[in-house]
Write a protein that binds this ligand. Structure first.
Ligand SMILES: C[S@@+](CC[C@H](N)C(=O)[O-])C[C@H]1O[C@@H](n2cnc3c(N)ncnc32)[C@H](O)[C@@H]1O
Length: 236
């Protein structure tokens, strides 16, 4: 995708790359506590803050995003961090990306299911579920209808500042939708953490507010050494 039709080109082209280098907090907490490695998939990887964290934890990561500039920045960061041999990028639409069943130990989708139409997000979600290995884990973040960029209540009534990239979000998740998906029996997941919250974002453009739904889950029957985020009662 060229500069002209990549809505994220400028955000990833800056010296101060959008979304920063700090990975998503619950994902980072999981990586610190749970000693699993293998194959990871980062859908809508952007400039790769989560990709790099998973690679540094020991995963081989496939990073999928529409943005070519994002993919270049991922590889630049991977080389700098010494993990380039564990990262590969794929410039593709997540709706067309074929996830091989049972092939990933960790699948991450930080704010991409909300960038595609609702029907497509259901299909990608199904692909993510079937793509998980039987002991796999899943990390998902989406913008919720609480986000001031949302065209639905309560976000639409908010006068809080909106993200510079809000125009790319077309599918704000209403309360509990992501949780419902994760707890459907067919999903075969065990939810470790689910939260709907507001958060201020200082990682790109003028400061702005977000409404988010955040999910961390593992396959049913998996009991990793997880003490929460931040870890609540770990052994001293
Ligand atoms: C808000 S950014 C999040 C980037 C990254 N996950 C992070 O948290 O830093 C959303 C990303 O989704 C990507 N994206 C949007 N629609 C997409 C699609 N249909 N297929 C692949 N990537 C897409 C954008 O290019 C952008 O990099």
């Amino acid at each position: 995708m060229s500069e002209i039709n990549d809505p994220f080109y400028e955000a990833y082209d800056r010296d101060d790359i959008a979304y920063g280098e700090t990975p998503s907090a619950p994902l980072a907490a999981y990586l610190r506590q749970v000693p699993v490695t293998g194959e990871a998939l980062d859908l809508g990887a952007g400039a790769g803050r989560d990709t790099i964290a998973m690679a540094k934890a020991g995963f081989h990561v496939t990073a999928v995003d529409l943005s070519e500039r994002g993919a270049e920045r991922i590889m630049q960061r991977a080389r700098r961090q010494g993990v380039a041999d564990r990262v590969k990028t794929c410039v593709a639409n997540v709706c067309d990306f074929k996830i091989e069943p049972g092939s990933f130990d960790l699948i991450c989708a930080t704010t991409v299911l909300d960038h595609i139409p609702t029907d497509a997000s259901c299909q990608v979600w199904e692909g993510m579920l079937s793509g998980l290995h039987r002991e796999g884990a899943l990390y998902v973040e989406v913008h919720s209808t609480e986000d001031p960029g949302s065209d639905q209540k309560p976000g639409v009534d908010s006068d809080a500042p909106v993200s510079e990239t809000a125009g790319a979000v077309i599918n704000y998740f209403p309360p509990n939708r992501l949780l419902r998906w994760a707890t459907e029996p067919d999903a075969d997941l065990r939810v470790l953490r689910y939260e709907e919250r507001l958060e201020w974002d200082y990682t790109h453009g003028p400061e702005h507010l977000h409404g988010k739904a955040v999910l961390l889950a593992v396959k049913s029957g998996v009991y990793p050494p997880w003490y929460g985020q931040p870890p609540a009662f770990p052994r001293r």
